[in-house]
Design a protein around this ligand. Structure first.
Ligand SMILES: [Zn+2]
Length: 463
């Protein structure tokens, strides 16, 4: 039986996206019920400026109660409630190691076992992601947009959307009729270009008064807005404005138009975690990138012949962010520095091994020829073949263990440099860096009711 304390924190809330303290506590209490834990105390700090390093008296009191054995568990809504600075997390880790057997459960991201190195890694990565969100100057705007999207409200700024008046809420009947016509014609098989030519010839102009082109028509028809919805991070929300076409029509249009993305418009954003980097936690199959009307996703392919179970999927953006943070974290770790030293020493072995395997392979071919030409007997062939096969097998296994590390040579131990360069690196380079460190990431089933849950994803490190 675990005797737990609930920790909640009120932080600065300019965007109204932070959860009220009562809700944090209520959710933690129901989690305690589910786990069969006793709640001994609640600790609530009013940490209005989390970043100024203000003291948190209740947090301190909770740590004391852990030390004194009053509680042996912590319940918290999200891991970022507990600590915002790496230093605080390290202090907590030290405490947990000193006292031993302390359980930490979160409502949104499952349990954190700080007594194992895997659990500590996850906690550090989650901390890094939370800090990155806070550091990011645009994060505030993004959260605002997410909140607006969730509430289905109008975002500020931007031009008047075609089909609506300047308040972005009232339908413009003339333009709405044009949108319905565009939708019907494209769904019926008309090309974007032919619709544009026709609209222009009838003097119909865009919201800015320009002539139409295929890209412009496609943008309008791909818009969730015209079906009375908002989209955020791959999810649709019902908006406060009325739709001009139905959500079903919108979905059909989006499917149809994204299918021919190659020939028109912007290229879709590409996928970082391809080439077997993700594996389905149910069946072990390699997960594939699959764009959908709900955004970029990775799925376990259920299509016949592809060998997957078809029962696993993950939204691409947060998963990619998680893997990148995990890689940056790994690059900074002392373990990696040590491994890299060994690996570099092995690099000279690489070419030698490659040559050896190639030579053995050639010898096998020669033997097969000799047997075919009756130069040697079958038993001679067999007895010569076995030791060579064995050597090739050993060479291959050794090769698999030595991975070329050149992709990360510039960055190991200097993740600040990599972090600032990351967004501008070409996808192939980003993938090369990920692949040096990560053998694959196992994607486990989502726990219903959780948001992005980093514990679904288990990186299997190569280095
Ligand atoms: Zn599967």
């Amino acid at each position: 039986m675990v005797t737990a304390g609930i920790y909640a924190r009120i932080s600065s809330d300019p965007d109204g996206t932070r959860l009220g303290v009562q809700r944090q506590i209520d959710d933690c209490r129901s989690l305690a019920d589910r786990l069969g834990w006793t709640v001994a105390d609640e600790y609530v700090d009013n940490d209005v400026s989390a970043w100024s390093g203000k003291k948190r008296p209740e947090y301190r009191r909770m740590l004391d109660n852990i030390k004194n054995g009053v509680i042996d568990g912590i319940l918290v809504w999200h891991p970022d409630r507990l600590h915002r600075h790496p230093k605080e997390l390290e202090e907590l880790i030290d405490l947990v190691e000193g006292v031993g057997n302390i359980r930490i459960e979160t409502v949104t991201a499952g349990d954190f076992d700080l007594s194992t190195s895997a659990g500590r890694s996850i906690a550090r990565i989650v901390g890094a992601i939370a800090r990155k969100d806070s550091d990011d100057n645009s994060a505030r705007g993004k959260r605002k947009a997410a909140e607006l999207a969730a509430a289905g409200k109008v975002a500020g700024g931007g031009n008047r959307p075609f089909g609506y008046e300047a308040d972005k809420l009232t339908i413009n009947p003339t333009e709405a009729a044009v949108i319905r016509e565009m939708a019907n014609r494209v769904l019926a098989g008309d090309s974007l270009r032919s619709v544009a030519v026709d609209l222009n010839s009838r003097g119909i102009r865009t919201a800015k008064g320009n002539e139409w082109n295929s890209g412009g028509i496609k943008r309008v028809l791909m818009w969730p807005r015209i079906s009375g919805r908002r989209e955020r991070a791959g999810e649709f929300y019902t908006a406060v404005w009325p739709g001009i076409i139905t959500p079903e029509e919108s979905d059909r249009l989006r499917r149809k138009l994204s299918a021919r993305n190659r020939s028109t418009g912007r290229p879709p954003r590409r996928y970082l975690l391809t080439g077997g980097l993700l594996r389905c936690g149910r069946c072990g199959a390699a997960m594939k990138a699959r764009p959908s009307t709900r955004g970029r996703r990775y799925v376990c392919p259920g299509d016949p012949g592809l060998g997957g179970c078809g029962r696993m999927s993950a939204t691409a953006d947060p998963l990619e962010q998680f893997v990148v943070e995990a890689v940056l974290y790994r690059l900074d770790s002392p373990e990696l520095a040590a491994t890299l030293k060994d690996t570099r020493a092995q690099q000279s072995e690489l070419s030698e091994l490659h040559d050896q395997v190639a030579a053995d392979q050639a010898m096998l071919d020669e033997l097969a020829d000799d047997w075919a030409n009756k130069v040697i007997s079958r038993s001679e062939w067999m007895s010569a073949r076995d030791p060579i096969n064995k050597r090739i097998e050993q060479g291959r296994r050794r090769l698999a263990r030595i991975s070329p590390t050149t992709a990360i040579d510039d960055y190991a131990g200097n993740t600040k440099l990599l972090r600032s360069a990351w967004a501008d690196l070409p996808l192939s380079r980003q993938q090369a860096i990920v692949k040096v460190l990560v053998d694959h990431v196992v994607v486990n089933p989502a726990v219903p009711g959780r948001g992005f849950d980093p514990q679904r994803f288990a990186p299997i490190w190569r280095l």
